[in-house]
Structures are given as C-alpha cells and as structure tokens.
Design a protein around this ligand. Structure first.
Ligand code: FMN
Length: 367
C-alpha cells in the first residue's frame, strides 16, 4: 500500500506526534547501515511503527550532516515521523549540526548515548558518555537550548556498571528531555546478554517523559509482556524488525485484542524480494548486494526452520539467482507454512562474532 504523505516537521512543538492508534507507542530502533531510506520504506509497507529514527549522524569538528542520512529525512515516504539521531560530544559541533538539521522535515533530535562499539566509545561518544555524568549534564543542557521542539535521548543503563544510572535519569528530567529510549543493557554487555527490564521499569517510574523499552522485543507477545513488566509507554524494536517486518502491525493488533496477522513462508519470500529490489543501489555489483542481503537474511533465517537449514544454504549463495533459488527451495516448498513469530531456539544469526565489534553495523552485530 502506498504510504500517506509525511507529517512534516513538528520541530517547534513539544508534543509527541500522535501514534497510529491510541495506546502504547512503537518505534523502529536506529540501526547504522540498516535504517536508511529504502529499508524504512520497506518496513512501512508491512506496517509502520509510530516513529522512525535515522541511523546516527556522526558529529565532529569537520562534520556536515551525511547526505545519505539527510535523504532519510527529506525523502521520507513512510507516512510516519522520523527523529534524527546524533552521535558526538563537542557542544559547538553538536549545536551547529542541530541547526543544520532543523531545516529538514524531522520530528525531533535524538542523542545517542548507547553505541557500544569500542571505536566509538573510546572517543567518549555514544555509550562512552555514560561514564561521565558531568559531560552529559552540559551536553543535554546545550542541546535542550538548541532544540526548540522535541529533544529525545536513547541510552543504555550504564557503561560497565549501573552506578551512574540514577544520576543520568535525574539529568533527563532536569533538562526536559521529551522521550527516552532505554536499551536495558550496559555498554559492556553488548547485544546478547539478558535485558534488564527492571532497570527500564525504574526509568519509566523515574523520568517525567515517556519511555520506550528496548532490547530483545522479539514478538507482539513479548512487546505486551515487556510493557506490562516495565510500565513503559512503548517499545522500540531493532533486529526483530529486520527479521519480521510485520512486527509493528502485529504488536498493534495484539495490543488491541484483534486477530494477529501470521505471515507464511511465501510472504517471507515476498519480503526478501521486496527488500532486495528496494535496497539495491544503482551500479552496485551484484555480488556486493547479495553479500549485503545476507546480513539481513541472517535475521530472517532465524524463523524459517528450526535446524537453520535456510541460513546454511543462504550463506553459500553468491549470485542473485543462487540466492533466490535458495529462497524458493526453503520458502516455497511449503508456502503456507507459518513463519515463526520468534526465532527458533538456538538458531542464531551468526555465532561467535559479537565482540570485539568495531562499529555499530550489521557486519558485527548478531542476535
Ligand atoms: C546493525 C545495528 C546497528 C545499530 N546502530 C545503532 C545506531 O545507529 N544508533 C543507536 O542508537 N543504536 C544502534 N543500534 C542499537 C539498536 O538501536 C538497539 O538498541 C539494539 O539493537 C537492541 O534492540 P533490539 O534487540 O530490538 O535489536 C544498532 C543495532 C544494530 C543491530
């Protein structure tokens, strides 16, 4: 279905954009090298979340907003509002970038206080900021002054411990942050430890703004249980939306006690082809695009079969024809078979390669 026109910038208003339906909020988590314009368009096609976030704009003395990320704002065809995420620490550079970005149609400015890649946190940005509440204090103050509309933060619960968590939550209140997304792990816990939903619950009770609970929200049923457990205003979903683009629609249906859409393997074959076509850049060699597709399919494959046979074969495909032959064999053999709503136990995206991750990208992050 074609997306409705984008609600343009609400950047001078401090009210969160209305959700698609009254009730808990949903958001697609920002993901570097993933949540670009084509990917967000694909997600919107299968059932948009209430909010989108861009991958992060990297901010430093020489930076200018990356053109391909600006495109996500300017050409947003999802029909839903999009927040622009920044990663950086130097106040003059951050404020200059905010001013540059405010000319575009965006819902608000989001600060990244969670990226766990050593290359990033060693520069004291992203998750590295969580070691330094005094710096967070001055940065939040400067950004709050610079952003006339919605200013949001996405954070983890600490760097290598949660000792600064309470203080950071106080700063979130003190500086009038409008929406807080909490990934319930410390930076050092990476992406695969258990998620500390009790800490997200604590944030939801402590801060005055709505909180989005993030981390391992694998299905509509998990979304409901995380909302109950944390009292959060909504959920933010990342890797499980790559695996299952229907997850936002399913969550809305589940929360409204309506029948929940159950995709078949044939629907998944359609999603893969759609993703392939939408994300193919003109002029990009086929082998490079096939390699990129495998990074998405690492997640999709977790719900295709319990033995991981699709993943095994998919990883060996080198060409478009080979890739789609694998898809046909595994997804059209029993086309009406259901796509599992959660990953099959033990079928992980790519074993043993989580750390050390040098960037927040699909090359290094698994589920
Ligand atoms: C490939 C990838 C890239 C990511 N890039 C970003 C990013 O640019 N900004 C950010 O705040 N978090 C980033 N994250 C973290 C996610 O937003 C999210 O917090 C994390 O994946 C946990 O949620 P999930 O279990 O729903 O995936 C990234 C995660 C992945 C998997």
């Amino acid at each position: 279905m074609p997306a409705a026109p984008v609600p343009v910038s609400t950047v001078s208003a401090r009210t969160l954009p209305a959700p698609i339906r009254p009730g808990p909020l949903t958001a697609l988590a920002p993901m570097q090298d993933v949540t670009d314009l084509p990917f967000m368009r694909v997600i919107a096609h299968y059932g948009a979340p209430d909010y989108f976030f861009t991958e992060f704009f990297r901010v430093h003395a020489q930076s200018r907003p990356e053109k391909h990320i600006v495109r996500s704002l300017v050409e947003n065809q999802t029909g839903r509002p999009i927040f622009a995420q920044l990663i950086g620490e130097q106040i003059p550079d951050m404020v200059r970038t905010v001013r540059d970005l405010l000319q575009y149609p965006l819902a608000g400015i989001d600060l990244n206080m969670g990226c766990p890649a050593p290359k990033i946190y060693k520069k004291n940005v992203g998750g590295g900021l969580l070691r330094d509440p005094a710096k967070i204090d001055s940065l939040l103050g400067a950004l709050r002054d610079a952003v006339p509309g919605l200013f949001t933060v996405k954070m983890r619960i600490g760097f290598d411990s949660t000792e600064n968590y309470e203080r950071v939550l106080q700063l979130i209140n003190q500086h009038g942050v409008d929406l807080l997304s909490v990934h319930g792990r410390t930076v050092k816990e990476g992406y695969r430890s258990e998620v500390h939903y009790d800490f997200i619950g604590h944030a939801a009770r402590t801060v005055r703004c709505p909180v989005l609970a993030n981390g391992n929200v694998a299905s509509a049923a998990v979304a409901q249980s995380v909302l109950t457990q944390t009292g959060a205003a909504g959920v933010m979903i990342g890797r499980h939306a790559i695996r299952n683009p229907w997850i936002f629609r399913q969550t809305r249906e589940h929360l409204a006690d309506e029948p929940v859409f159950v995709p078949t393997l044939a629907d998944v074959r359609g999603y893969i082809e759609h993703l392939y076509r939408e994300t193919k850049q003109p002029g990009l060699p086929e082998a490079v695009h096939v390699a990129k597709m495998k990074k998405y399919l690492n997640f999709v494959g977790q719900s295709v079969d319990p033995a991981g046979a699709f993943l095994y074969d998919m990883r060996r495909a080198m060409t478009e024809a080979e890739l789609f032959a694998v898809c046909d064999r595994h997804l059209l053999g029993e086309p009406t078979k259901r796509f599992a709503s959660e990953p099959y136990p033990g079928v992980i995206a790519r074993p043993n390669c989580e750390t050390p991750n040098e960037s927040c990208s699909l090359d290094t992050i698994t589920a």
